[in-house]
Ligand binder design. Sequence first.
Ligand code: SME
Length: 149
Amino acid sequence: MKNPEILDSIHRLVSAQPDATSLLAEVVSLLHRERPHYHWVGVYLLQSEELVLGPYVGKPTVHTRIPLNQGICGAAASSGQTLIVDDVNADPRYLACSLETRSEIVVPIIHKGRVLGEIDIDSDQPAAFTPQDRKLLETIAGLIADKLS
Ligand code: SME
């Protein structure tokens, strides 16, 4: 699927899914299925100043709760900005989930200026995430933000 088709599918999921958890589960599995270089796709939700892992597809991770001052995930959530890390091993903030991971993108989910959580994607390819990936994922984060609020 091209990016516009992915967005159409997400629009349909947003209308059809009755609750946030099933929506997020559908969204992460759609992204994982449609983009083979997205090796790990998950959503963290902000709960009491901590990022708590929600639905994900990929290998299990030890990082099921991440404080806001830790990791690339914490940095993205506390700044409210998308972070793309082309080489995770060169970033001192990086919390490793899998030895194979080479690059990562984290996109905050923001509703009315408040960070509700984030989409986190790891790739086994270095520098896997392009400006088009960023645009796609930021649009998706905006679409799901309403449903989480
Ligand atoms: N790498 C993240 C931790 C989460 S795992 O990628 C699933 C980080 O540095 O915050």
